[in-house]
Write a new protein. Structure first.
Length: 131
């Protein structure tokens, strides 16, 4: 059973209207979810793997603030699991991708460990671009 973490900051940024149903679906799927005020909306953990989600409504998908755009670009460049989602289906697909392919695990002594699948993906990408 995931731990439920809610944002209690009274000065929290405005949340997108689809975020509660996405959080509810993630928690029902066993994901622990923390609502954040930035740079993205959600920090999630599933099967010991952490990943970040920026939630937008479908109509606002392209309306990223500069801080959000920067974070997602840096995460992609560093092969960190961060996703822009608009639906429950996309959020659950992001969880699957993070846990099966791109995840970052935090070991018992707090060292960051990349999953074997993540490392294989990074090696494949590097071979593809001649590094």
């Amino acid at each position: 059973m995931p731990i439920k973490h809610r944002n209690t900051n009274r000065n929290a940024a405005r949340r997108d209207e689809n975020e509660p149903v996405i959080v509810q679906a993630l928690e029902a799927a066993g994901v622990t979810v923390w609502q954040m005020d930035g740079p993205v909306d959600l920090l999630c953990m599933s099967a010991g793997v952490y990943f970040w989600l920026e939630v937008k409504t479908p109509a606002r998908r392209k309306d990223l603030e500069e801080q959000q755009r920067e974070f997602l670009q840096l995460a992609r460049h560093g092969h960190a699991p961060a996703y822009l989602v608009t639906t429950v289906h996309e959020a659950l697909a992001a969880r699957t991708d993070a846990t099966q392919h791109r995840g970052i695990r935090i070991s018992g002594d707090c060292r960051i460990e990349r999953t074997a699948a993540h490392l294989a993906t990074v090696q494949t990408i590097r071979r593809g671009v001649g590094q």
